[in-house]
Design a protein around this ligand. Structure first.
Ligand SMILES: C[S@@+](CC[C@H](N)C(=O)[O-])C[C@H]1O[C@@H](n2cnc3c(N)ncnc32)[C@H](O)[C@@H]1O
Length: 246
């Protein structure tokens, strides 16, 4: 119902701004898929997708790379994990390459914490890739920065570790467009919480991730990537993709 309800606004936004929520979410999801594929192709076989929600990425990757020794761990809050587990086919449930587990990024230790999930499911002797999509902007900056710092510290013990995520900065477009401000207010209303925009531009994002301890940080405007260009020359994505490496 929500999807159908937002379609007329999406159509108007597409005509005026060259993009809308649906096209941005598609660029986001497909661009992250491209980046995950690149990581798998350079030999990373352990993937932890935090706050995986309804994403079908694990199933797509496991199907695309049947012979890569891939292990895919999806981690989310217990109700979401139960919801998802109940909808897997018997074959997907029995696939030893796929693990669904409970995780709350706010827990520092013990059950459902990041250290517990990594310890239980990830081999410290092999490279690891961590993904979050659609998570960062639901938290205050100080809260998500604390999570990043804990993640970076945990990842630093692996021979190679990469963290891929997307972030929605305070781009000038929000001050220029009332429609965008209204769109953000609508998302806050629907999700019943604040959706703070973090950082003003790519440089601030990169500096913050480096300050957290990640050694190499790449911030990508998806509209400048091959995948983004498929959505048209005028497409204006309001998020940035980040690849942070230890
Ligand atoms: C907007 S959805 C994004 C889902 C998916 N990554 C996608 O892009 O379609 C946000 C997800 O974050 C999860 N989430 C919210 N708070 C969380 C927390 N404290 N720890 C772990 N996951 C959380 C929710 O359960 C939900 O699945």
């Amino acid at each position: 119902m929500l999807y159908q309800a937002q379609r007329p606004f999406g159509w108007v936004s597409q005509q005026i701004y060259g993009s809308n929520l649906e096209s941005m979410l598609l660029v986001r999801h497909q661009s992250l898929d491209d980046m995950v594929r690149a990581e798998i192709e350079r030999g990373t076989c352990q993937i932890v997708e935090i706050a995986s929600g309804l994403s079908g990425r694990s199933l797509r990757m496991l199907e695309s790379y049947p012979d890569h020794g891939l292990r895919y761990i999806e981690a989310d809050l217990p109700r979401m994990i139960k919801w998802k587990r109940d909808r897997l086919t018997p074959a997907q449930k029995q696939d030893p390459r796929l693990t669904l587990c409970d995780l709350n990024i706010l827990r520092l230790n013990g059950a459902m914490s990041l250290p517990a999930v990594l310890e239980q499911h990830v081999d410290p002797a092999r490279p690891v890739l961590v993904i979050t999509e659609g998570l960062v902007n639901y938290f205050r900056l100080s809260v998500i920065q604390d999570f990043w710092a804990r993640l970076q510290a945990k990842l630093s013990v692996y021979p190679r570790s990469t963290y891929l995520f997307e972030i929605w900065p305070r781009l000038p477009a929000y001050t220029e467009s009332r429609m965008l401000k209204l769109g953000l207010a609508a998302i806050e209303l629907l999700t019943r919480q604040r959706v703070p925009l973090h950082f003003a531009d790519e440089q601030e994002i990169a500096a913050a991730m480096k300050a957290t301890g990640f050694r190499q940080v790449q911030v990508i405007n998806p509209d400048e990537s091959e995948r983004g260009r498929q959505f048209g020359a005028l497409h204006k994505s309001l998020f940035r993709l980040v690849k942070a490496e230890n």
